[in-house]
Design a protein around this ligand. Structure first.
Ligand code: HGY
Ligand code: MN
Ligand code: MN
Length: 443
């Protein structure tokens, strides 16, 4: 039953919905561990404060709220009929260090605003909606990531709960202290039959929409990713007395490995690789480094390309270690396969964008998202929003109220027209029409 009452009345060009989202994102950005920037890591006081704030906004929007065992804030907006399946919306409210204020947070606030619009219109849909504010998409505090979304997909292992942050605090202990429940995480796994799909609004974090002069885009797939820590063990020595030819310098060996990583990625189409962290734990200015550790982040839309590159790099590290008389080992902390977005959701988004008089553009995501974890549970879809210069993971990250307004109105329009059977899994015979016949465009 399509809904044809007009959305929030704004004169053309005004961006009431977008402006309200932007104001809330500014308010949310205040919840940070840093006085001079935005850092909000999983299960920290800044996370707790942001969680309380988004829960309050969810309740204002007519949702009931709870904190689940993995510390995800869950806002629920009931369906028109009891027992209907649930469409999941949302994104993450954790950030990298010294972050921008839109990565993740935009998707949560936009989803809340879309439900608030339905609530204002007094509309209930043929499915329930849950807005999820995940707390661990970035994976910065602990060596694992996507904990909240993986919990819904039943993918969080006991090992993950046992892993520790750099202060030796385990994920399980931090969850308990936060108000989560490590023993309850396994029970969060959703029944696929009860979940219609997952739809996330997120900044593009890349330059395509800006180059195409488009406010929004339709994500086709999310690149797969591997994260490892490489440990290189050499031999300590006096910086002034050990001849260069007799050294087993772990940092010099690591540096050669880092350049090998860069060469591998530059030489392999559809592969990007990043060493974002390197440390010499017991380093000193006048000591030959005995121990060096560095992180490795590998991404590709093709799992085969990523895994083949990993194998070549492993062989390259062994050869460098052999030649330099050091030992090298790698510990994987994350290996998430690439995920394709559901045709039914992509089609719904394309029709919604066309109804707004815009050009639908399909593009892949090089960045990881919670949809990677949820793709095994349900159909996933993403709306990308243009961001200035494609910048992200930086305080320079920015979007416009006008583009956020388009994304919010698109989300509301698609929600109001989506029919559960259009996202039915392949087991049912051919999906019904993706959308109701338009009841008349939203003004
Ligand atoms: O690393 C990523 O792609 C995401 O920002 N967590
Ligand atoms: Mn993100
Ligand atoms: Mn991010």
């Amino acid at each position: 039953m399509p809904h044809d009452r007009p959305l929030d009345q704004t004169s053309p060009g005004q961006t009431a919905l977008g402006a309200a989202v932007m104001a809330r994102l500014d308010a949310l950005a205040a919840f940070s561990a840093d006085a001079d920037g935005l850092t909000r890591l999983y299960l920290t006081p800044a996370h707790a404060a942001a969680a309380r704030q988004v829960a309050a906004w969810m309740e204002e929007a007519g949702m009931t709220t709870r904190l689940d065992a993995a510390a995800t804030v869950v806002g629920r907006y009931e369906a028109a009929v009891p027992g209907a399946p649930t469409l999941l919306l949302g994104s993450h409210i954790d950030t990298v260090r010294h972050a921008g204020r839109y990565d993740g947070n935009l998707g949560v606030v936009t989803a809340i605003s879309a439900v608030a619009e339905l609530h204002r219109l007094g509309e209930r849909l043929p499915f329930a909606i849950e807005v999820l504010a995940f707390g661990d998409e970035e994976g910065v505090r602990f060596p694992v990531t996507l904990t909240g979304s993986r919990a819904l997909a039943g993918l969080v292992s006991p090992d993950a709960l046992a892993c520790c942050d750099r202060d030796g605090v385990s994920l399980a202990q931090a969850l308990r202290e936060f108000g989560g429940d490590p023993d309850g995480v396994a029970g969060l796994a959703r029944d696929p039959a009860s979940v219609l799909g997952y739809l996330e609004v997120h900044i593009e974090q890349g330059p395509v929409l800006e180059a195409e002069d488009l406010a929004v885009g339709i994500v086709t797939a999310i690149a797969g990713a591997s994260r490892l820590v490489v440990t290189v063990e050499g031999r300590a020595g006096h910086a002034g007395t050990v001849p260069m030819a007799l050294r087993h310098d772990s940092l010099a060996a690591a540096a050669e490995m880092v350049l090998a990583i860069e060469a591998e990625a530059k030489g392999t189409p559809d592969l990007v690789a990043t060493v974002g962290q390197i440390e010499v734990p017991r380093g000193a200015v006048n000591v030959i480094p005995a121990l060096t550790r560095f992180s490795l982040d590998l991404r590709s839309p093709s799992d085969a390309v990523r895994h083949a590159a990993l194998a070549r790099l492993s062989a390259a590290f062994a050869a460098i270690a052999e030649r330099r008389g050091v030992a090298a080992s790698a510990q994987g902390s994350y290996d998430e396969p690439a995920a394709s977005c559901a045709p039914g959701l992509m089609a719904a988004l394309a029709e919604g964008i066309a109804r707004l008089g815009l050009r639908p553009l399909h593009l892949p995501s090089g960045a990881g998202h919670d949809g990677l974890a949820l793709a095994g549970l349900c159909p996933i879809g993403m709306i990308f929003v243009r961001c200035a210069g494609g910048l992200s993971h930086s305080p320079a990250e920015s979007v416009t109220a006008a583009d956020v307004d388009v994304a919010t109105r698109l989300l509301v329009d698609v929600l109001r027209r989506l029919r559960p059977e259009s996202l039915a899994r392949p087991s049912l015979e051919g999906p019904g029409p993706l959308l109701d016949h338009p009841p008349g465009d939203i003004p």
